[in-house]
Design a protein around this ligand. Sequence first.
Ligand SMILES: NC(=O)c1ccc[n+]([C@@H]2O[C@H](COP(=O)([O-])OP(=O)(O)OC[C@H]3O[C@@H](n4cnc5c(N)ncnc54)[C@H](O)[C@@H]3O)[C@@H](O)[C@H]2O)c1
Length: 344
Amino acid sequence: MRTAIIGFGTAGEGRLHAYRTIPGARVAAVLDPSPQRRARARQIDPTVATYAGLPELLAAEPVDAVDICTPPLYHVDLERAALTAGLHVICEKPVAVHTDEALELVALARQQERLLYPAHNYGFSPMMRVLTGAVTNGRIGPPSHAVFRIARDSHARGVPGWQPDWRRDISVARGGIMLDHGTHCAYMATQLFGEAPRTVACVAQWADDDAAGGMDVAARILLEFDGDRRCEIDLSWVSGTRSNRYRVTGPHGTADVHDGLAEVRSVHGAERTDLTPPTRDQTHQEWFGGMFADFAGLVAAGTGWDRPMREVITTTALIEAAYRSAALGGEPVVPAGRVTAEAQ
Ligand SMILES: NC(=O)c1ccc[n+]([C@@H]2O[C@H](COP(=O)([O-])OP(=O)(O)OC[C@H]3O[C@@H](n4cnc5c(N)ncnc54)[C@H](O)[C@@H]3O)[C@@H](O)[C@H]2O)c1
């Protein structure tokens, strides 16, 4: 499969390295407005053609797919343009910010008979393998309660060739920590609980205390699922420490991933696994092989596309509901995508 990477910053560069390890995958082109970033792409792989604009790339390169790794502001327009040009699309999170955008893109993908695939890479992480394994193999059983806590002392920075602090610019980032880290938590919870939440409640902390149009720097999100099951998500860019914790409780025990250490405790005993990644690479290149295999397998099969496209809608709707709830002071909100995705 011939792919073009659009946006060659931290995520795009991680992708190029990852594609180079996958048999059958070929990055034919890279698109980035920054000459510095285009030079960097050619330095890593001199066979890659580089472009500053999408029309030139589409006119010159017979690619099958694009992999969109730009900041969020550009995602929807690029997805729309690539699908319209008849290309399959992988897009970094957030694939969309509003449910209306997600629905429009999924409808366009269906009309074009092309796959719109969310780069929901945490779904392919060793930690999700431990958590889903503990649920599906019955060690802990179906989750009744989960707690995800992501603590950072700041947002991540981008490459120097563009705007390294775009994550603090609401017009480019389109949201704060809820959209950035919250998106991963949203699809992880939906995958683990096996459905979208019934309601979403959220209380947020805003940069400069600006709740109207400001940037969310910390948030507490409560997802309530049918059957009195719940997931608490605690996110912070202002915690002064860095840690990741995911704890899932079922009828037979608890699966806990705390930074690099996983522990499953159940009626069958306790099992510990060291999940420390081989690199501290923030794009998680080592998870990409599994995600790309899923994408390429779906493209080749031409079926099964509902799963990723539905995840685009439910994830967008969940985060959108969190923002709506935060604006209402924490009142529970029904995510629009739950109704829509079920109705499809
Ligand atoms: N899933 C993950 O684990 C993960 C990790 C890091 C980043 N991301 C996502 O990747 C995206 C990019 O983040 P980043 O950290 O790589 O940012 P970055 O600032 O490091 O890189 C952004 C790049 O996009 C380029 N760019 C800007 N406007 C463009 C346009 N219109 N067309 C093409 N290229 C354009 C910039 O020149 C820059 O090279 C974000 O959506 C982010 O959420 C995901």
